[in-house]
Write a protein that binds this ligand. Structure first.
Ligand code: C5P
Length: 229
């Protein structure tokens, strides 16, 4: 198995608190390279949980999906960069000035743009006054992000090909909604297996429950990495 297969999997640290986060990372230390810290864990535990993951050798994807006025998002991105995170997320619908502000404020960080949340349907967009379907708005936001220097796009596995066409070869594609064959999809509706998502052109896979809920988390991680190698 190559190191690069392991480096393509980002473990979503969707756990309630510090002790569980430590236990998951202790199980995966030396195997996994990346973890994703989202709003549940960061809101409760704050910067010390980022420091704990980094001290164990993990690269950190801080998934707080910033969306605010450009100055505030740039300040938030700068603060995240100071924590030593390697990736962070912003909402691309914040517009060009906000996107450029984040990218410029965090030069050493891969700033990822969220297009349309996979929980949104055409009806959700209509309800907030947006006259698009997710299928047509996703590539248009992705292309806006690419034009503003975004480091990558977060999208569902089924959008990988349209997003890649919209952004060209430079930015990374990061996708959740990954399930190995036979795994419980949970609330994910449109899933691909790890190998299918990489074959479709994803650079990184975000995987949570198939690893977190496994009886042997390290073995579950290793099996998925082996499928990619
Ligand atoms: O447990 P599971 O593998 O479904 O976890 C996927 C992770 O990716 C979760 O942290 C979830 O919040 C995140 N995510 C997602 N769909 C999106 C964006 C992020 O599932 N569109």
């Amino acid at each position: 198995m190559t190191a690069s297969a392991k480096e393509k999997i980002i473990v979503a640290l969707d756990v309630p608190g510090f002790a569980r986060a430590e236990s998951v990372l202790d199980d995966l230390a030396g195997a996994a390279a990346w973890c994703k810290i989202g709003m549940q864990l960061f809101t409760r535990e704050g910067p010390p949980v980022v420091a704990m993951a980094r001290a164990r050798g993990f690269r950190v994807f801080l998934d707080l999906k910033f969306h605010d006025i450009p100055n505030t998002v740039a300040s938030g991105a700068r603060s995240a960069a100071e924590l030593g995170v390697d990736m962070l997320t912003i909402h691309l619908c914040g517009g060009p000035e906000m996107i450029r502000g984040a990218v410029e404020a965090a030069p050493g960080v891969c700033v990822l743009g969220v297009t349309v949340l996979t929980s949104s349907t055409a009806a959700t967009l209509t309800a907030v006054g947006i006259p698009h379907t997710p299928a047509d708005w996703v590539p248009s936001l992705a292309s806006l992000g690419a034009g503003c220097g975004i480091g990558g796009i977060v999208c569902s596995p089924l959008e990988i090909e349209t997003v890649r066409r919209a952004i060209g070869p430079g930015p990374k594609i990061v996708t959740p909604g990954i399930r190995p064959a036979g795994a419980d999809p949970g609330d994910q509706k449109r899933v691909l297996s790890p190998a299918e998502a990489i074959a479709a052109g994803a650079d990184y896979l975000v995987i949570g429950r198939p690893i977190l809920a496994a009886p042997d988390r390290r073995a579950a991680f290793e099996a998925m990495a082996a499928e990619l190698a």
